[in-house]
Design a protein around this ligand. Structure first.
Ligand code: DP6
Length: 359
């Protein structure tokens, strides 16, 4: 695997002090990543919609200093120093230091905030780590002005992946593939790429309403969850199935077959949870309200001949996916019939988006 391409050769410029701010989105997987090997290599390829409203805003102030053997950073979240986030970010810097040796030359003050409420059950690692990665790449770009935008995005995704696998899919949009796949041109285990084929118009501006069923801490961290796939009796079949599903999804996204889309997306979500139900130890991540919502969605789809469907990540919240053409009626359905199953009636209406933006 060609990781050498990400080790910088000449950094011609000297920068004393600089500040960068990036806004990067969360994403929702249609074909799920669940299972990995070191260093952050997925056991199967995955594909996601990039979101737009659910994002992280991160500013990093870089001040040049004497080179030290430790990475020197301060971390603030929503204006307050966050000691509990330090281990994850320290580990991230450790994993990227070979590719970003310049981080030892700077003191970094990191300020971060999410557009979605803290502890909403929405994973912030994807947007959080992609935002830090974009800030690092902005510094690298100033140190080496020859870098192309294409390389910057590729390396940012590569770095983000080392922090959190799904973060590799939060640099670009609207649809990103991460993981080497025989039928997706240019796909790689090392970084996410934009889905390289023309997408049918029905999938443009797709809607994702995130129903916040359980705002608590995740019952199982992704790291633990991925690890459970190592001794899982169904793991090999699952990885093969995911890759086959990605081949099917590739066709569906091009031909606009929404019935097949609904089927595949819901099956992926339930399979992810089936992996949890059948691991050792086992977990039930859905809540009674998750199932209530799923049943209501199925009934609505039947009654209205709708393309509404759901997906789940590793938690109880439900992502409701639907085409923009049904936005008005489905938003009403959510407000009138689904919001009662959400904590404090709380849900977030998001739309597919276009990736990282510099502010
Ligand atoms: C269920 O990317 O959070 O959301 O690489 O350990 O940080 P780490 O895991 P993470 O796993 C995401 C799992 C998922 C499915 C997906 O997003 O593909």
């Amino acid at each position: 695997m060609n990781t050498a391409q990400f080790i910088p050769e000449i950094l011609s410029e000297t920068i004393e002090h600089v500040i960068f701010t990036w806004q990067t989105p969360s994403n929702i997987a249609l074909v799920k990543y669940w299972g990995k090997i070191n260093p952050q290599i997925p056991k199967n390829a995955s594909i996601s919609f990039t979101l737009s409203k659910c994002h992280t805003l991160t500013t990093i102030e870089f001040s040049k200093k004497e080179k030290t053997s430790e990475v020197d950073f301060e971390l603030f979240f929503e204006g307050k120093e966050k000691r509990e986030f330090r281990p994850k970010i320290t580990e991230f810097f450790k994993r990227v230091q070979e590719y970003c040796p310049y981080i030892f030359d700077y003191k970094m003050i990191i300020n971060s905030e999410n557009s979605f409420p803290h502890s909403s059950g929405i994973a912030s690692s994807a947007s959080g780590l992609s935002a830090i990665s974009m800030c690092l790449m902005s510094l690298e770009h100033q140190l080496n002005p020859n870098l192309t935008k294409e390389f910057i995005n590729k390396k940012a995704s590569f770095l983000a992946r080392l922090g959190s696998g799904s973060a590799s899919r939060s640099i670009e949009g609207p649809i990103v593939v991460w993981g080497d796949h025989p039928t997706i041109k240019g796909s790689s285990d090392l970084f996410g790429i934009q889905f390289p084929y023309k997408v049918h118009s029905v999938f443009e501006n797709y809607q994702d309403a995130i129903l916040l069923v359980d705002k608590g801490e995740k019952q199982v961290s992704s790291t633990v969850g991925h690890h459970l796939m190592h001794q899982h009796p169904y793991a090999e079949n699952r990885f093969q199935q995911a890759n086959e599903n990605l081949s099917k999804m590739k066709e569906i996204l091009q031909n606009g077959d929404v019935k097949a889309f609904v089927n595949l997306v819901e099956s992926e979500a339930l399979t992810l949870h089936a992996m949890m139900l059948t691991s050792a130890p086992y977990f039930v991540l859905m809540k009674p309200n998750t199932l209530e919502i799923i049943n209501r969605i199925w009934a609505y789809r039947k009654e209205n001949n709708s393309a509404i469907c759901f997906t789940l990540d590793a938690g109880a919240n439900v992502h409701v996916l639907y085409p923009e053409s049904e936005k008005e009626s489905i938003n009403q359905f959510i407000e009138n019939q689904l919001s009662i199953y959400c904590q404090k009636n709380h849900y977030i209406c998001d739309t597919v988006g276009y990736g990282a933006t510099q502010l």
